[in-house]
Structures are given as structure tokens and as C-alpha cells.
Design a protein around this ligand. Structure first.
Ligand code: NAP
Length: 297
């Protein structure tokens, strides 16, 4: 599979495998090693996780796989994230963000330990933090790079203002924004992030490309309207609706890298088939407007 160069010598696979839901897959460590090897055999070499997934369990399960088969690490590009935390306060769990120097330094080292690796290829700030000092966060990320613990740095779910702030503080070092985009979610078209990324030639990673499966399982009106149109386009191309959604994401000039979140390899294969599908220009707009949320002026 063609890889996308996102900075210097770091290239990511055009389709990425996400491991957010790994704790619910009921995989043994052996199953997970096999699954990872099947991804690699398909050219899906970039693996995404985060410290907060299942309260750090997802990183631990991946670490078990890397310990069982240490050669895996050399064959992949590993991405993890920090910045979201939960702790008990007055008997209830409270969620908040923390992008301070000390927390980032500590989190990264803890993630590497759980993952049983010496470094990660890409380290992301998971969410916009309203109590955020871009200069302090930048210093923390750059010091991790200097220490050889992370190769490249980026963010997730940032709007153009927050992205610009941290990018400026890092001297332009951010290599991606991992954002949600699918046929029922247009936040980053409406925030201007897609234009910001396109003009600056920064490739976004795309989470929940199938709306977390809801495109196919949710009977809400938005999902039904979107799926009806996607299925019509799919029939024209003699392809599965899932493939058409990925083809729609890949068509955009921003050069998106979608993250597949399925535990099923045949569903990953439906994503990979999109690399051979070329939508008509008007078809991109059919899907863009299908749910009724986006209108053309
Ligand atoms: N940065 C962030 O804030 C953020 C947030 C969320 C996720 N992520 C990353 O993005 C990755 C992908 O997100 P995602 O898991 O939401 O992606 P997704 O691919 O949109 O959704 C995957 C889910 O959809 C189900 N599914 C797939 N095809 C289906 C179909 N035809 N019918 C019914 N269900 C179907 C899968 O079930 P099966 O497993 O049974 O196939 C799985 O539960 C995550 O793993 C994570 O790495 C990042």
C-alpha cells in the first residue's frame, strides 16, 4: 500500500488500524499478535491507541502483544495520545484535561512502559484543553523528542485556533490533527479545520469513519438518509457501502488517513478496497449533502 509521508522520514499507511475498542474484542494475546500480523501483511502498518482507552487497558493489551512478538514493533508506526484524565472526586469519577509539562512528561513514560516499547512514532495531544498554555505544552513535547521517546508530534480534535497556537509554539512541528469525519459528522468542515489542513498540506487522521458503526446500525434519520445515498452510490460502483464511505474520505484533496476501528479483517479489507475506487466529483457532493446537515450555498 502507498504510504503517506507526513514528516521527514515518517510515513504512515493510508489506512490505519485503530485499537480504541480492543478491550471489547475478547482477543487473547496470541489472537492480537495474529491480528496485528494480518494488518501488516495488508500494508496497514500504522496502529493507533491512547492512554485513556479503557483506562489504560488498551495500551497494556498492545504491550502484551509487543512483548510476545518483539519484531512487531519494527514493522509498524505506533501512535498514542495523552491529555485526557479521570479521577475520583467526592466519590464520583471526574473527567478533565491536563496538558501541563509534568503530566505530559510522566504520561509518555507511563505509556511506553505499558506498551513495552522504547519510543512511539507519533505522540498526540488527545483533545483541546481550555486551560492550555501552548508554550508549556510545546516544551514538554519537544523535550520528549529530544529524549528520543517520540519521533513526531501532533494533536487530535483541535480547531484551527488551538492548532495554530500549539503549532506556533512548536515552531511548526505538528504533523497531523486526528479528527472525526464521516457522512454524518462535519464539525471540521464547519470550523475551517479542513481548509487550514489543506492549505498547509497537513494530512489529518480520521476517526470513526463509519460513525462508529452507527451508519449501519442506527435507525436515526441522519444515519438512514446518509446510508440510503451511500448505498445508491455503492450500487453504481459495484462496491460495498463501507468501501464507498472510505472512498469518499480518500477523495478529498486534504489527503486524509482514515482509521478503521473494526476487529474484523474482512471489514478492514472493505476499507482497503476504497484505494481502487474513484468517485465521480458530483458523487462526493451527493454524500456530503445526504444526511441533510450540509447544504450547498
Ligand atoms: N482521537 C480521538 O478522539 C478518537 C476518538 C475515537 C476513536 N479514535 C480512533 O479511531 C479509531 C476508529 O474509530 P471507530 O472505532 O469509531 O471507527 P469505525 O470504523 O467508524 O467504527 C468501528 C465500529 O463499527 C463497527 N462496524 C464496522 N462496520 C460495521 C457494519 N457494517 N455494521 C455494523 N457495525 C460495523 C465495528 O464493529 P466490529 O468490530 O464488530 O466490526 C466497530 O464497533 C479508534 O480505534 C481509535 O484508534 C480516536
Amino acid at each position: 500500500m502507498k504510504k503517506i509521508n507526513i514528516k521527514n522520514d515518517l510515513s504512515l499507511s493510508r489506512i490505519i488500524q485503530g485499537f480504541w475498542r480492543l478491550d471489547g474484542w475478547n482477543f487473547s494475546t496470541g489472537d492480537l499478535v495474529r491480528f496485528m500480523n494480518e494488518c501488516i501483511a495488508r500494508g496497514v502498518t500504522t496502529f493507533d491507541t491512547a492512554e485513556i482507552y479503557a483506562g489504560t487497558l488498551c495500551e497494556m493489551l498492545m504491550g502484551d502483544a509487543f512483548r510476545k512478538e518483539p519484531q512487531l514493533r519494527k514493522k509498524i508506526e505506533l501512535v498514542t495520545k495523552t491529555g485526557i484524565f479521570q479521577q475520583p472526586v467526592d466519590g464520583e469519577m471526574f473527567g478533565y484535561y491536563n496538558t501541563t509539562y509534568d503530566r505530559i512528561q510522566r504520561s509518555c513514560r507511563e505509556s511506553l512502559k505499558r506498551l513495552a516499547v522504547d519510543d512511539v512514532d507519533l505522540y498526540l495531544i488527545h483533545r483541546e484543553d481550555p486551560c492550555f498554555d501552548p508554550w508549556e505544552t510545546a516544551r514538554a513535547l519537544e523535550d520528549l523528542q529530544k529524549a528520543g521517546l517520540v519521533r513526531e508530534i501532533g494533536v487530535s480534535n483541535f480547531d484551527p485556533f488551538k492548532f495554530d497556537a500549539l503549532n506556533k509554539a512548536t515552531g511548526g512541528k505538528l504533523v497531523t490533527d486526528q479528527i472525526e469525519w464521516n457522512p454524518v459528522c462535519f464539525e471540521h468542515f464547519n470550523s475551517g479545520m479542513m481548509d487550514y489542513l489543506t492549505v498547509n498540506k497537513i494530512h489529518p487522521m480520521i476517526w470513526s469513519p463509519l460513525a462508529g458503526g452507527k451508519l449501519f446500525s442506527d435507525s436515526g434519520e441522519l444515519y438512514r438518509k446518509a446510508l440510503r445515498k451511500i448505498s445508491q452510490v455503492a450500487e453504481r460502483h459495484n462496491a460495498a457501502p463501507e468501501t464507498i464511505v472510505y472512498a469518499w474520505l480518500l477523495y478529498h484533496p486534504v489527503g486524509a488517513l482514515p482509521l478503521s476501528g473494526s476487529k474484523k479483517l474482512d471489514r478492514l479489507d472493505l476499507a482497503l478496497k476504497a484505494l481502487d475506487v474513484r468517485l465521480e466529483h458530483y458523487e462526493w457532493y451527493e454524500i456530503y449533502t445526504a444526511s441533510g446537515q450540509q447544504t450547498l450555498r
